[in-house]
Design a protein around this ligand. Sequence first.
Ligand code: CA
Length: 223
Amino acid sequence: MKLLLVEDEKQLSEALTQLLIKNHYSVDAVLDGESGLDCALTGIYDLIVLDIMLPKINGLEILKELRANEISTPVILLTAKGETSDKVQGLDGGADDYLTKPFASEELLARIRALVRRKGEIIPDNVLTISDFRLNLDTYELEGDSGSVRLTLKEYEILKYFMYRPNRAVSKDDLIVKVWGFDSEAEYNNLEVYISFLRKKLLHVGTKATISTLRGIGYKMEE
Ligand code: CA
């Protein structure tokens, strides 16, 4: 894990460098904005700790230049006490976090860990996609080209059942057993109500997929 530290207060820079090395980070420390920008533009760092008040080029300008060059390395800004407008400007300018001086070393380490984790996080693909719409299996969110809508549990289970069987006939009895269980009192009417909700929601998100009725059999979802 390679960090860039841009901080012109020599003592602070040395203390932070020691701290980071002790915590198994590899650190390049530079003392002015110009060298900071040159290093940062290489894009080789996993994270940049960037002071705002720097000689030659200030931290906010460095940040702006980085983002303009599409370098998305996470940045933690270091601000002096009371520079509220700098914080706002920094976060608006694409900083990921900031710390107000003086700060506890534990706090800096925690922020670094959080950002590095976020960057390297693997987001599990918990989204079922068919045709031109998606169903998020964690949030029950149905999403298409013209919008998204959250499904109720029953709607979700019914739609998921269809999505695993696109363009195939699905019997009403199978759906009822699947969604309500064997012993349920649910009747065709209940199912029909949910199917009509689902049709409205599919329409709402703008998919071309439809659930058609197969007389005497059940339904079929057509892509
Ligand atoms: Ca400074």
